[in-house]
Write a new protein. Sequence first.
Length: 262
Amino acid sequence: MRLAELLSKPPNMTFSPIEGFTRKQLAVGEQRQLDIGSVGLNFYCKQCNDIRTFWSSDRLYCIGVNERQISIDCVVNCRCATSVALWFLVESYSDITGQSPEVRIMKRREKLPDGVALSNEQYGDFAELFEKANQAYRDGLGAGSIVHLRKIMERITVQTATAIGISVRGKNGSRIPFKNLLDKVEKKHPVIPQEFSADGYRLFSELSDVVHGEYDEQLGLSKFKALHRLVVGILDNVRNNDELRAAKGLLGWELVEAQRDE
């Protein structure tokens, strides 16, 4: 695997072997052209109205940070010429000048113009929160990554409650406890997938424990991927239910079912 292929994947804290890309150590601040291929990343292009792969040119440059780290700047382009500026921090496990160095992408930053959005645009209003969660995870922030997952779960539940006519406030005007709200929503319009329907509030409690300091950063990071998958499952479940209801409505099934129940 060449370095450009690794840069085209989501940042990962695991070291991966790649083809050698520099034979000489870079001094701090020294710039060098790289022969590593083209970087390709998916973004939602608003001009094309679709998710597209944005590609860089073959001429990429890096700057030496220290004996094990380099910084890479590049620009990737959609076929409609819309561009995104990117920055990567790459770290080698040992000798970065070896024939098959083991490296990882410690950080990646993108500067999105108005015409470009993240490729997880399918998550709509939640896309930005998911990206913030992933960015915090890549930066080694356990609590910071999970606080965004907690916000997503809470917002999904509140939005669903509001949509089906369940008040999120009690008689005194204050917000009702989240557990009570989730119970009401689950009885009327479940948001938790069947696979872990009995553990919906347990998931929220676990997210809250990390946020409130019950776990250290490393434990939070170790739990992130599993918690992230469950929260994605909730959003997918809600979206799938809505799509199925819409399809049934188009077929007239809901009207037939209502008449049958009378």
